[in-house]
Design a protein around this ligand. Sequence first.
Ligand code: GDP
Length: 468
Amino acid sequence: PNSQYELLRRRISTNTKEFWYFIYSGLSDIQKKSGSMSSEVVNSINHLITLGGEHKRSLLHDINQLEEVDGYATWRDKESKNLSDTVQMRFEYLQNPPDCTTARKLVCNLNKGCGYGCQLHHAVYCFMVAYGTQRTLILKSKGWRYHKPGWEDIFQPISNSCVSPSGESTSNWPGNSETQVVNLPIIDSLTPRPPFLPLTVPEDLAPRLMRLHGDPIVWWVGQILKYLLKPQKKTSAIVQEAMSKLGFKHPIVGVHIRRTDKVGTEAALHRVDEYMTWVDEYYNQLELKQHIDKRRIFLASDEPKVIKEAQNKYPHYEIIGDPAVSQTAALSSRYSDSSLIGIILDIHMLSMSDYLVCTFSSQVCRVAYEIMQAHYPDAYDRFKSLDDIYYYGGQNSHNVIAVLPHKPLRNGEMSMSEGDIIGVAGNHWNGFSKGHNLRTNQIALYPSFKVKNKVETAKFPTYPEVSK
Ligand code: GDP
C-alpha cells in the first residue's frame, strides 16, 4: 500500500473518535443544565447520545474492517516481522562484540530511584543511547532494589559475551570517541543531550515505520523492551502458571487502576466506573464483529480493594486479577523483592490483553502498551487513557503539525495556519488539545483533528555489518 493510504486510514479512525469526543462532551455539557430544560429537550439529548454513540461505533468498525479486506493484511504482517527482525539482529550485533576487552561500552545503572516501570524506561533510554553511539550496553543491576541478586536472575542477560564494565579508559558522559567506557547518568541529568532521545526514531527506518505504524516511537520502545525482557526459564514458568490459574483468555480487556501514592500527587483519582465505561465501549464495538460470550477483564492495581470492588459492582463481567498480587504491591512499599514478580505478572498480562484501559500518567500502563506493540503489526490504537496522551519521561517536546487552519471561535482557542508546529501538552478528550504554537508563541486549545503527528528522526548508526 502507499503510505498515504495507510496514514489516511488511521487518520479517519482517530478523527472519528475525536469527532465523537467533541459531540459527546458538548451534549454532556448541555445535559448538566437539564434542570432548566423541558423533558422533550432532555429526551432529544439522550437520543442523540445513544444513537450517536452507535453511529460512531459503526463507523469505527467499518474502518477497522477495511484493514482486513483491502488486501494488505499479509503485507502488514510481513513488513512488521521484517522490521522487527532487522532491529533485533542489530541489537544482537551491538550487544555481542567480537572482543569485549576492546569493545566500546556504555554503562548504565538499573537502580534509578523509582518504581519498576520507571526503571524499565530508564534501561530503554540507556539502550537508545547505546544504539545511537554504537556502544555495547552494560547494565549494572547487583543490589537492584526489586531483586538484590540482579536482573540476570529474572531476565536473560542482555549480552552473551560482554558484561564487564571495565576497559582501558573510562569517563562520564559524553566522553569522546577514544574513551572505551562511558558512564551514562539518568535522563533527567543528561548533558549534553544526544539526538537519540525520545521521541526520536532512527532515520533509516522512519519511512517504513511511518507507513506501518500509527506511532513509530512506541514501536521503537516496544522493540527495545522485546530485546531486554527475555524471561529466564523459571520466570517464564511462573508467568505461564499464573496466567492459566487466573484463566487468562481472549477476548480480554486489560484495565490498570493506579492508586495509592500516585493519586493526588502525580495524577487525579478516577473511579472504577470511568474505566468500565471504556471497557463497555470496546466490547460494544467488538460485538459488531463477533459474538462475545463473556465480557472478560484483566484488572491490575496497586490497590487490592479495587479488584473486589469491581467484581462486586460488575457481576455480569468476568473480572480476573490477583488481589494477592496487588496486596504485595501495596504492602511491600513497592520497591522490594516480593513485589517484583507481582508487577512482572501484571504488566505481562496487561500487554497480552486485546485492549488497554488505564491512565497513561502511570509508567506501568505505558510499559504494557509499549510491549503490546511487538504483538501486532500496529497496535497504536488499542488503548484508552483516562488522562495523558502517550509520552516518554525526559522526552524532547512532542510536536504536531497543523494540516488545517483555525480561526478561534471562542476564548482560549488557538489561531493556526497550515504548517504551524505545535508542542502538545495534552488532549482534553473533548475534541480539543492544548498546545504551544511555536510560530505565534500562543498557548491555547486547538481542535485535535486539525493536526497530524510530527515523527522526529535522527541519524542513528545504520549497522550495515548486519544485513538481512
Ligand atoms: P508509576 O508510578 O505508576 O508511574 O509507575 P512506576 O512503575 O514507576 O512505579 C509504580 C510501582 O507501583 C510499580 O513499579 C509497582 O511496584 C507498583 N504498582 C503500580 N501499579 C501496580 C499494579 O497494577 N500491580 C502491581 N503488582 N504493582 C503495581
